[in-house]
Design a protein. Sequence first.
Length: 405
Amino acid sequence: MIAKRRTTLATCCSAHSVQDGMTDLLYVLLPILADAFGLNYSQVGALRAANRSAMAVFEMPSGFLSERMGERALLVFGLVAVGLGYFLLAGAASFETVFACLVLAGLGAAFQHTLSSALVSRVFLDGPRRAALGTYNASGDVGKLTFAGVFTLLLGLGFHWRDMVTGFGVLAILSAVLLFWTLNAANAGGPPEKLLAHKKKDAAGKLGWGILDKPAFTSLGVIIFLDISVQGGFLTFLAFLMIEKQVPTSLAAFAVVLTLLGGAFGKFGCGFLAEKLGVIRSLFVVEFLTAAGILAVYWLPTLPGYFLLPVLGIFLQGSSTVTYGTIGDLFHKDRQARGFAIVYTIAGAAIVAGPIGFGIISDLCGLGTAMIAMAVVTATPIVLCVPLTRGLANLAQPASLEQTA
């Protein structure tokens, strides 16, 4: 069992690194595509939106499909789709072709977070689940930093972007082969056991969405939405805040990298924190320190505020490990994928809504007011912990199938 857990976690982490690395590679690839194809800002925005929209649209279907097919085949499909998207992108000759390639890559990326999270959560159901999910979450950030760094380095050494994109596409397809082999060897993520038709129908009728406590899950969903909206808003406007503090533009952009670097450690470490302190205490600590950190970065002199960013990143992004790790407690073990699909859809909406909402506040009242608003919103989940606490306490007692919704 221990070997199966380790193999599953290592495989899902590797796939996560590749998928997230190739998804966020667009941040450095889009300016090159704009130059190569003579794109305007609207077309650049359309490319990014197309990629993200494809991810969001297929997040929920991936969760439903996994209940019939298992996670393994769908994870392979996702990596192959991303690989083909980038492989075809290397030969693209027009904006329309680039658009189609990035839609294909976005579709493939949708078959990652929900499925891997559900698989890891189920395998570690009776083990250190939050620590495992924290490790999984952190692996995505490692991939983001690695792929962007390697691409930038090779570009500086004179490699052509088409050659590098081809290489990344091949890497994704090879990763799909390796993922299938390792998960198959560990007997993880395969098709669910076949049941007799009437039993399957009865079980599905009783389980429904598999939510074990509706008020608690509603509270968790709101917490995640607020949490991710602040993450998206802060990372979007951080460089502008640094520029207002008279930081040179290049260093202002690097402030985002520093924060993400801290976030990678936070996603890993906060899983262990949740195992040690419990969900509610960990959430209270992380959200309080995030709110305090945002205010400190805004109010402190430029240099101390700048160097505080990696520390702030630990809590700003580490909170997602605490919240996502709680999904397994609130969903039936056979409906884990649905739970993660719902939550990742909520997070996708939040990461779009956050920058828009805080951008409007910045335009109307100034960037400083928006930063204070972010701190206030970050502290709000502390109040929402009350129904979550009650729900988790009730579920800690033996529960029957009839408790599901």
